[in-house]
Design a binder for this molecule. Structure first.
Ligand code: RB5
Length: 153
């Protein structure tokens, strides 16, 4: 899969580990930064990475900040993105099965590197179940489309 990754300074070390993990498991990674532990604003990196998923340049995205919260808020502002902040393999599995989450957010201080790798692995391999869950995410898309129409009136 083509995976967009991004982080801020708080997520930098974990992002580096996740990039290695993704590449060693056969994925192609597009790294949107940041590239050091120098203080940086998560929005500057999370938006471009989420947009790369929304426009089809990448299949999925993994975003990391200290808590995972800032990057997940940004990603969920991007039309077509369903970003889930996960701290467990159970959440990662369920958000693929039920929400078809196309972006995963991780908090560098809420999961260890080993937990993060396990979360990413289950999130990548789990399929969306469709059915009643497709109806539910269609309602999210309909809401996004309604917002867009209202903005253009
Ligand atoms: C940076 O200090 C921290 O606020 C950021 O990494 C993130 O956790 C915000 O939600």
């Amino acid at each position: 899969m083509r995976i967009a990754v991004a982080c801020d300074h708080g997520g930098f070390a974990l992002k580096q580990a996740i990039v290695r993990f993704l590449e060693s498991s056969g994925n192609s990674v597009k790294d949107f930064g940041c590239y050091s532990e120098e203080s940086a604003d998560y929005a500057d990196f999370a938006f471009p990475a989420a947009e790369a998923v929304a426009d089809g340049q990448c299949d999925r995205g993994v975003l990391i900040c200290t808590t995972g919260i800032g990057v997940s808020i940004c990603a969920n502002k991007v039309r077509g993105i369903r970003c889930a902040l996960c701290t467990s393999e159970f959440q990662a599995e369920m958000t693929r099965r039920h929400n078809d989450a196309n972006v995963l957010a991780l908090g560098a201080r809420t999961v260890s590197e080993q937990e993060a790798e396990r979360i990413v692995a289950v999130w990548l391999k789990t399929s969306f179940e469709g059915g009643r869950h497709a109806r539910r995410i269609d309602k999210i898309a309909a809401y996004e489309n309604k917002q867009e129409v209202n903005a253009n009136v």
